[in-house]
Design a protein around this ligand. Sequence first.
Ligand code: BGC
Length: 668
Amino acid sequence: MKNSGFKFNPIMLALAVAIAATGCSDDDDNNDAPSPGNGETSSYRARATQMVEQMSVSEKLDVVSGPGSDQPINLTHDVSGAAGYINGVVNDNLNIPAVKLADGPAGLRINPTREGDSNTYYATAWPIGSVLASTWDKQLVEQVGEGQGNEGLEYGIDILLAPGMNIQRNPLNGRNFEYYSEDPILSGKMGTAMVNGMQSQGVAATIKHFVANVSETDRYYVDDIVEPRAMREIYLRGFQLAITNAHPLSLMTSFNKVNGTYVNERYDMLRSILRDEWGYEGLVMSDWYAGNIFAMNPLVPADPDAAVKQQMAGNNLLQPGNAKESLQQAYDAGTLTDDALDQNVIDILTQVQQTPTYRGYEYTNQPDLDSHAALARQVAAEGTILLKNTDTTLPITSGASLATFGVNQVNLYKGGTGSGDVNSAYAVNLLDGLSQQYQLNAELVDYYQRYFEENQYEEEVFFNTIIKCDDPMVSDNSDLMALVEDAAQHNDAAVISFGRQAGEADDRDSGRGDYLLSDSELDMVQQVSQAFHAQGKKVIVVLNVNGVIDTSEWATDVDAILLPYMGGQESGNAVADVLSGEVNPSGKLAQTMPLSYDDVPSSSTFEGLDTDSDGVIDETHMNEGIYVGYRYYTSFDVDVAYPFGYGLSYTTFDYGQPTIVENTLSTD
Ligand code: BGC
């Protein structure tokens, strides 16, 4: 993928000339400006400092508080489906355009269609963060970042609200799909690659959600009680690596509190650590309505001082907006100081100058979706993990006849829900992917398609409506039993697939149908395995899941297990590529799969406590400290189902006696 060159819009150019003629120049010679993200911000900061001197208090307050539901100030072009904006400034001296922000970690989230417009604005649904991390391939992840950045750029977006870099502390966090790993170093490296890729295209990346945002239940209120060492070594480390190595232009603070105070109100986090210690130069924005600024839950009254506390702590920008009035009152009362306000505006405008809109980029609305789809397929296949492969069950030669079981073959989950969802033009399910390379048992396909049509139901979740369908019990269904027996005689192998959906604003649960297989899923594994094994044939399970699920209960019943997680719009094709051996699976787990959920070190403290019995979870005690993921299992000799870093391939390897050649640890 090539970097896009900037083309200057004649209207912006005319404006710049007109402003220059009045003796001021907020568009001064940005043609030669350094590319965003190379860490060179001094010229932008100097210019932002001049700009602030030419702004009224009201204009400054507009910049630090997003427009909310109002029309953004000085919006030159809108992008339908943008998640937020930074207000622009227009006065006798300045003409700063509004800039546009859009989600998210698995691809650009904008509206795919627009009223009165026959064009479409689809984006690529890439494989989720856990898949990217499973590739352990920085170059490949950087390419995904380039693709995502290019789509943002060409669709007119300035700041991408991605990547998500929180630690997968517990398998049940609904948003784990947006994040990379249980390990901060791997997270930091993946985040670095993603930011570098995105920013190479001229758009800004936003690393989020800073920091220790490890659960979704009552996310606007929860207080994470975490010891300093764990905060430093586990929760801050990945962000630090991305900041040091990739200079993201933007960072989003999280919803949660840490040790009693909202992160976005903590001066120690936002100024002392981020800026003074790590030298962070980018802008800091809040998450949407974070910090109890409005009563998101009637059970918890809003804090009238939330906005000023965020400003005084160095949370530069309040998203999505509507905080101006409260900040004006704080300014009048002297609790919002000129110094803090000016500093926040300077931090924001330093980055705004580096955005495509400010630089006058003429976007085409025509990103290269075809090449991105090919890359998405490649990454989805390369990040797929082969968990089990007894007696070389896989690969299965193309052209073989397969019996496919489970409604998930039709009802693919391409990615998770919430702001991390992507409006892609299509998503290839397992059935469509496998049928490109195999002969599928037509009667079974027909059965599951019909069953899905007749039994699907909708579930409303944050931002989305998802379609679900529970698998039928096999053992008490004579029609289906007959199809299983027949398939076992006539097909070469069985492929069973399961799906698990999850996402923003809700956590998963440890029971049946979520962390554990449902009764009907277990029954399907047992019946299909018995029938196929009786004929000397193999059974393969494919896990189209948001995150870690149990395997202990059923893994011994089957011959091969493939973990593609959620592979994005090319999911089905990628699974077929791996099954057939077109691609050698070489994904390695970025998270541990425990023997039992109870073995997870945070199982007894997730998803927190309702300490005052008001119906809202308000505290999570992160008692495991630094012992998150493999750090716990290996330090305390706890057996696991599949360890961090695990993943088979179709090749066999021999290891000799290792020797130590370097006695220092590099994190490059
Ligand atoms: C999410 C953010 C997202 C924002 C804008 C919030 O609910 O937590 O990750 O970027 O919405 O859509």
